[in-house]
Every structure is written in structure tokens, then in C-alpha cells.
Design a protein around this ligand. Structure first.
Ligand code: 5GP
Length: 115
């Protein structure tokens, strides 16, 4: 049986979230602690715990994740102003939830490098 994560429960509607996009393979919802005016998590519905767990068989889902990020950015109106896509991995990467997800951040000028 597939692992049940916080994000699996959000996708299943068992934990409330502000869902902005949903299709067969991905769900996107607003981060509960937004770091920017637009801060959305884009989550593949199939659980891959972290990016280093992905293999060649996951090429399509990983490519689709980026295409979905671009689609959600257009939907939320940050495609022209710009935005950032972040995937945290492991302890030093600051990953809290062991279910692969992409942070879409926008709506303000983002500093670089990140703190
Ligand atoms: P990570 O640190 O794993 O890359 O990102 C996890 C993100 O999930 C964090 O930015 C955190 O604020 C967000 N988060 C944690 N719990 C919840 C929740 O219950 N609902 C929502 N919408 N976001 C959450």
C-alpha cells in the first residue's frame, strides 16, 4: 500500500487546504506558511518521498511537474512578473514533508541566493 503523507491527506480532502489546481496526476494548494504573496505547493499525487528517490521511470511525472508549475503560474498571474520553483531535498535542503513537491513562489521580488 502507498505511504500516507500529509499531502496525500490534503489531496484526498481529509485535511483542508486552499486547492488552486487539480488534475489526474497533480494537486496544487497554497502553503499554510506562505513565504511570498504567491506560495503554492505542486504535488504529484503518486508518492515519491524525495527527488533522489525518483528513477528513470519517473521522467514523465517529473517533466509534468514543471509543466504544471508553469500552468499554475499562468493561472495565478505571475508568469509575466516572474516566479521561482524550488524543490527541497533532505535535511540540509529543509524538506519537512516526505512527499515530493515543488514550491512555486512569486508576487514579490525574491532575493538570491536564498538565506
Ligand atoms: P518542505 O519544507 O517539505 O519543502 O515544504 C513543506 C511545506 O509544507 C512548508 O512550506 C510548510 O509550510 C507546508 N505545510 C506544512 N503543513 C501544511 C499544511 O497542513 N497545509 C499546507 N497547505 N501546507 C503545509
Amino acid at each position: 500500500m502507498e505511504e500516507r503523507t500529509l499531502f496525500t491527506k490534503i489531496i484526498a480532502g481529509e485535511v483542508p487546504a486552499d486547492i488552486v489546481y487539480d488534475d489526474n496526476d497533480y494537486c496544487a494548494f497554497r502553503d499554510i506558511h506562505p513565504a511570498s504573496p504567491v506560495h503554492v505547493l505542486i504535488v504529484p499525487k503518486r508518492v515519491i518521498p524525495k527527488i533522489t528517490d525518483a528513477g528513470p521511470e519517473d521522467k514523465e511525472i517529473l517533466g509534468g511537474l514543471l509543466l504544471t508549475a508553469a500552468k499554475v503560474a499562468r493561472q495565478l498571474g505571475v508568469d509575466e512578473s516572474g516566479f521561482r520553483c524550488v524543490i527541497n531535498c533532505g535535511k540540509d535542503g529543509g524538506q519537512e514533508v516526505p512527499h515530493l513537491h515543488l514550491h512555486l513562489l512569486g508576487g514579490r521580488l525574491l532575493g538570491w541566493p536564498p538565506g
